[in-house]
Every structure is written in structure tokens, then in C-alpha cells.
Design a protein around this ligand. Structure first.
Ligand code: 6R9
Length: 635
């Protein structure tokens, strides 16, 4: 998997800058005293997870919390449960029955509100509809839908009957979709006729039809018909209307009693090389892990309105739009809106209108807003915000500062959460109430033993860099890679005994962890290792720069040299002088070794659809070679 290089020295400018949140955060948060909770966990991990799991509904209690047979874990051994009982029935049986579970805002301004009762009713009907067309426990169902409530309903309906969903982000093209359908041997594909982006209808159905041409496992297409005039035509028997299927499903669908270790879903994640991997998550541990983190990391309280801007097509949407927040019983806002349509104020307007309390987004969005200027957020009242979160990429100090001051108004704690598709749940962050340090994600949450190690697995001393690992199993960990257990084991065998995340990190002198980037995103110049993200962070800290990507280019003398691609902030023009300024700026920030030899000013950077810069595409372009698998590329 990840090629492990020698450990590296980092010359961090360790400025001791912290932001200390108001004392009330610690006093009122679910987590309370982080260190005390962490010590409780360390003293007895099984008891720690046991107590969290006890807060949920189970059909059968577990015999043991954990059976760890390295690298294979069984969590909540022999327990039985259904995650939708905890997302829905549990609340419907309580005071939350009439509470809004989902509030959805479409691009055209349409708003739909689902109470917990309404959501349960629709999930049950759709689940019965799926049963009627032959879907049963263990069958794989591919969901390829835009960001509409029906996407969550389809996921939950699968979970209700024990079918394994494989959600594919609706921005993927036909080859990527076909590969995911055939690898999973999906029996049903649930889709929509169109998705709507920036006021335009994008025909999803034509992509699906191409994608299933060579996918003999597919028995039916279920189509959500959004376009009324004229409605898309259906091929009899093979194609089924989403709402017709729902109407024909009965009103009674007892939740399937799943073994805690039965698969709940699979989700493909792009390896930086090679084919995408079908990451498999199971019912029990994933439920406990996403419940615990939703409640404690976001500090969700009964009356909060929570907005995560991710698409459910990514793990962030699975864990922190659909499952986690619903298990907690929260009100989740979902919006189909792109961040700058109809104008770049739209997200802030939605926060004002909806009185959002907890907001979770990605650094790439934050940097885009930085580029667009403060005037947009300043037009709106953001005073409802209590906690703001980040995920997906390193939140560089400049983006942290901007987010903290301009959006959080120096008041809201930032939870910068490090985790992965494979981890299923948030793993490292600065818990609400703890001092925050720009550039550093923080520490392992209670329940997670995170560390930075050298290539032999020895802990690096405070103040040095190495590989980010997790030392002990956690409930929401993935259990395998679908049809490729060898690839699962590689994660645990790259550095024996621990889970190697594939990220490079630095352990600060205070134990806080800074994630530098993927370990494959490292450039070795004259024997010195430089993380692309370090160079990028330095560039972005210059007032003229909005975004930057750095790559290594082979150099006969130095091994590699750095080329940087830079997007300027509005109001700055490319010039030779600015190039020199930027080079000087990197020299002063990191040192001469990290100075890009070349800088190119660009309008756009190639990104994955989840917002991660695809440096490998830039590199291939630069070298004039084939970029390999680009199915995850944005446009
Ligand atoms: C949740 C998600 C995982 C990779 C991960 C790392 C990067 C995610 C981060 C972060 C720095 C953070 N990453 N969160 N890097 N700080 N807070 O994004 O999952 O799509 O599987 O990506 O994303 O490189 O290894 P996934």
C-alpha cells in the first residue's frame, strides 16, 4: 500500500499560539474534562465502550465488547441490533416523534421537512418496496443519487432490511460507476433522472444506463423522477418508479435483527494508486462509533440545528449527515446548494435563515470563501453558530484563523476532525472546550490511541515527525476491503501491530498532532523530505494566495525540485515580481530547501470531487505521462 520512506526531520516553526475557548464550553459540554475522560478510557477501554453502547437500543446484548484477533476485530460479540431502530424508532417512541429529523433545501428554494415519524414511515414503505422486488439481507444495492432526502431514505431502507448499500457520489462518470456496480455485484441501482447544479439539470439517468450495460448483476433500476414535464420514460419491468415502489410497500416492516458484525454498507475510496477499494463497515461498531462522536465531538444538544455540507456520497455524509446525527436524535439540515450559486453568500444566508448552531465543512470550501472575501459572510447574521467543524484536508493556520475570526467571530470552537473512510468515525480532534492550536488537529479522542511513529513503529519524540498510526482497535473501524482482504491486512502490516493511516504527521511538543498530508505526497529534495502540504501551507499564508498545490519534479542534481501551482486571491495579478515574493515568502516560512523552483499561476486545480487536490494529475501533466485512474477527478 503506502510505501514507507525513512522517517524525516521537520523544522517546525513551533509558535505557541493557542485559542482558549470560553470556560462555559467545557462546563456545559458532553465531554466535560477531556483528560479525565481519556484516562477513564485508558484504564478500561471495554468498560468505556460498553457504557456508550448501553445508551442505545439492542435486540440482543453482547457477550463481550471486543474480540481482537489482530488484525481482525469483532465488536459487541453476538449482539443483535438494527441501526435504523436507533436512528428512527427509538425517537418515534419518545418525545422526539414530531421533531424535525431532516430539513432539506433544494436548489430552486423548495424546502421539505421530515419529522422523525415521517422519515420512519417513508423508510418503512421504501424498505418494503425493495423487499417486493427481491432485495433481501446481504444483497448489495447501489445508490447513485443527488443530494435529496430520498438518498437518505434509500440508505436507511437498505439498513432496515439488512441490504448492504454502496453509495456512489452522483458526480462520478459511467466508468467509475460501472466499476463500483460490478465489483459489488449490485442487484439494484437506485438513482434519479436528474441532478440539479447551478440551476442546470444534469441527466443522471443516461450515465446510469451506460454504466449498467456491462453489469449483468443489476436486476432493476429504481428511478426517482424529479422532472415532471415530460417525466422520463420507464422500461417496463426493469425500471421502477421510486414513489410507486414506496406506495406499493406496506406500512409494516420490522427492522431486521442484524448481527453486530454483519455488513451495514460498503463505500469505495480511491487509493492514490490502483483501483478504488470497497471499504466495508459493519452494523454494531459503526453505530456506536458514529453515535459517540456525533454526540461528543459536535456536542449536539436537543435543540441544535446541525448542518454538514458534505454529500452523503462520501463517508462524511454517511457518518455525519445520515447515521450519527440521527442516532443522536438531532435536526439535520441538508442543502443541495453549491457554495457560490446563486451567489457566494448562499451558505451564510442559509445559516442565518435556518439558525444553524453547528456547521461542518471542508478546508477547500473555507479557502474558496477566503478568496471570495469577507464581505459575503459579513452580510449575514451568523450569531446562531456555536461550534464549527472541518474535515477532509489539513486546515492550514491561515484558513483556521479566517474560519475562527470571520465565521466563528472569535467565539466558536473549531473542531478540526481527522479521520478516514476506513476509520468510519472521527478519530483525532481538539474536543470542545480544549485549547485550540491553529495547524494542529489535536489529540486522539477518548477511545482512540493515535500516535506518530517511525518506520519501525517506535513513537517519535515530541516535536518530531513520522507516520500517523492508530494503536488499538476502535468500534467503527472497517472490517475488510470487499473481495480483497489482502488490501485490508496491508493497512495493519505496513508497520507491524498498528493501523497505518497513510498520512504524515508531526507530534508537537505539547502532544498535539499536525497532519501534513498523505505519505505519498512527499517530495524528497537533496535527501530532505518536504510534505507538499507544508509548501502549500506556506504559500497560502501569503496574503495574495488563495490556494496552492505543490509537486515534485525529477531533478538531476537534487533528486527533485518543487513546482507550485497557485491560485491568487481576487485583486491580485500574476507577475514575475509576485513569483519572487512568493519564493522569498516560502524561504522565510519553511527554509531554502522548500522554495519552489517554479511557480505557475492558475485559475483552477484538479481536485477530487470531495475536494482533495489531485497532485498526481498535476504531476502527470507536468511530466507528459498518463495520469492513471482519474475517475475521482472533479470535472
Ligand atoms: C473523512 C475523510 C481521508 C484522508 C486522510 C487525510 C485527509 C481528513 C483531515 C485530513 C488533515 C484533517 N484528512 N481529515 N487531513 N486534517 N482534519 O476525509 O475521509 O475521504 O477517506 O480521506 O483525508 O489525508 O487520510 P477520506
Amino acid at each position: 500500500m503506502h510505501e514507507i520512506k525513512e522517517s524525516f526531520d521537520v523544522k517546525l516553526a513551533e509558535d505557541e499560539k493557542y485559542y482558549v475557548p470560553d470556560e462555559k464550553y467545557r462546563r456545559t459540554s458532553w465531554i466535560g474534562d477531556y483528560q479525565r475522560r481519556y484516562d477513564e478510557f485508558l484504564a478500561d477501554p471495554d468498560a468505556f465502550w460498553n457504557d456508550i453502547a448501553e445508551e442505545l437500543d439492542w435486540v440482543r446484548h453482547w457477550d463481550r465488547v471486543l474480540e481482537w484477533n489482530y488484525p481482525y476485530a469483532k465488536w459487541f460479540v453476538n449482539a443483535r441490533l438494527n441501526i435504523t431502530s436507533n436512528c428512527l424508532d427509538r425517537h418515534v417512541a419518545s418525545d422526539r416523534r414530531n421533531k424535525a429529523a431532516l430539513i432539506w433545501r433544494g436548489e430552486d428554494g423548495t424546502e421539505r421537512v421530515y419529522t422523525y415519524q415521517k422519515l420512519l414511515t417513508e423508510v418503512i414503505h421504501f424498505a418494503n418496496g425493495l423487499k417486493k422486488v427481491g432485495v433481501s439481507k446481504g444483497d448489495r444495492v447501489c445508490i447513485y443519487m443527488p443530494m435529496v432526502p430520498e438518498q437518505a431514505i434509500a440508505m436507511l431502507a437498505c439498513a432496515r432490511i439488512g441490504a448492504v448499500h454502496s453509495v456512489v457520489f452522483a458526480g462520478f462518470g459511467e466508468t467509475a460507476l460501472n466499476m463500483r456496480i460490478t465489483d459489488a455485484q449490485a442487484k439494484i441501482v437506485i438513482t434519479a433522472d436528474i441532478s440539479i447544479r447551478r440551476g442546470k439539470a444534469i441527466p443522471l439517468i443516461t450515465i446510469v444506463k451506460e454504466a449498467i450495460l456491462n453489469a449483468p448483476s443489476v436486476e432493476h433500476l429504481v428511478i426517482l423522477r424529479r422532472r415532471r414535464e415530460p417525466p422520463v420514460e420507464m422500461r417496463p419491468d426493469f425500471e421502477l418508479d421510486f414513489y410507486e415502489l414506496m406506495r406499493n410497500g406496506g406500512a409494516d416492516c420490522p427492522p431486521e435483527a442484524m448481527d453486530a458484525e454483519d455488513p451495514l454498507f460498503m463505500l469505495y475510496t480511491s487509493g492514490s494508486t490502483g483501483t478504488p477499494k470497497g471499504v466495508v463497515h459493519t452494523c454494531g461498531g459503526y453505530m456506536v462509533g458514529t453515535y459517540y462522536t456525533s454526540k461528543y465531538v459536535f456536542d449536539l444538544k436537543e435543540n441544535d440545528i446541525y448542518w454538514c455540507t458534505a454529500d452523503p456520497g462520501w463517508i462524511t455524509g454517511h457518518s455525519y449527515i445520515v447515521y450519527g446525527p440521527l442516532i443522536v436524535g438531532a435536526t439535520v439540515f441538508i442543502s443541495e446548494m453549491t457554495l457560490d450559486y446563486p451567489d457566494p453568500g448562499i451558505w451564510w444566508r442559509l445559516i442565518e435563515e435556518q439558525r444553524i448552531n453547528i456547521f461542518y465543512t471542508a478546508p477547500t470550501a473555507i479557502r474558496t470563501f477566503m478568496k471570495l472575501g469577507e464581505a459575503w459572510p459579513e452580510k449575514y447574521d451568523l450569531s446562531s453558530l456555536r461550534i464549527i467543524g472541518s474535515v477532509g484536508e489539513p486546515l492550514n493556520p491561515e484558513a483556521f484563523e479566517w474560519y475562527y475570526h470571520v465565521i466563528g467571530k472569535d467565539r466558536c470552537p473549531i473542531v478540526d476532525t481527522w479521520w478516514q473512510t476506513e476509520t468510519g468515525m472521527q478519530m483525532i480532534t481538539t474536543m470542545v472546550g480544549e485549547p485550540m492550536r491553529p495547524g494542529f488537529v489535536g489529540k486522539g479522542i477518548p477511545g482512540v490511541v493515535a500516535d506518530v511513529v517511525d518506520k519501525d513503529g517506535a513513537s517519535v519524540p515530541l516535536g518530531s515527525g513520522g507516520f500517523l498510526v492508530i494503536r488499538t482497535p476502535w468500534p467503527a473501524m472497517f472490517r475488510t476491503i470487499y473481495n480483497n482482504d489482502e488490501r485490508y491486512r496491508q493497512y495493519w502490516e505496513t508497520i507491524p501491530g498498528v493501523y497505518t493511516a497513510g498520512d504524515l504527521a508531526v507530534k508537537g511538543t505539547d502532544g498535539y498532532i499536525m497532519v501534513i498530508g498523505r505519505s505519498d505526497d512527499i517530495i524528497i529534495i537533496s535527501g530532505h523530505n518536504i510534505g507538499t502540504a507544508e509548501v502549500e501551507s506556506a504559500l497560502v499564508s501569503h496574503q495574495a494566495v488563495a490556494e496552492a498545490a505543490a509537486i515534485g519534479k525529477p531533478d538531476p542534481l537534487k533528486g527533485n525540485s518543487i513546482k507550485a501551482f497557485v491560485i491568487l486571491r481576487v485583486g491580485n495579478a500574476p507577475s514575475e515580481k509576485l513569483k519572487k515574493d512568493l519564493m522569498y515568502h516560502v524561504r522565510m516560512t519553511i527554509g531554502p530547501i522548500a522554495v519552489p523552483q517554479e511557480i505557475a499561476f492558475v485559475e483552477k486545480l484538479p481536485k477530487t470531487r470531495s475536494g482533495k487536490i489531485m497532485r498526481r494529475v498535476l504531476k502527470a501533466q507536468e511530466m507528459g505521462v498518463d495520469p492513471g485512474d482519474i475517475s475521482t477527478l472533479e470535472e
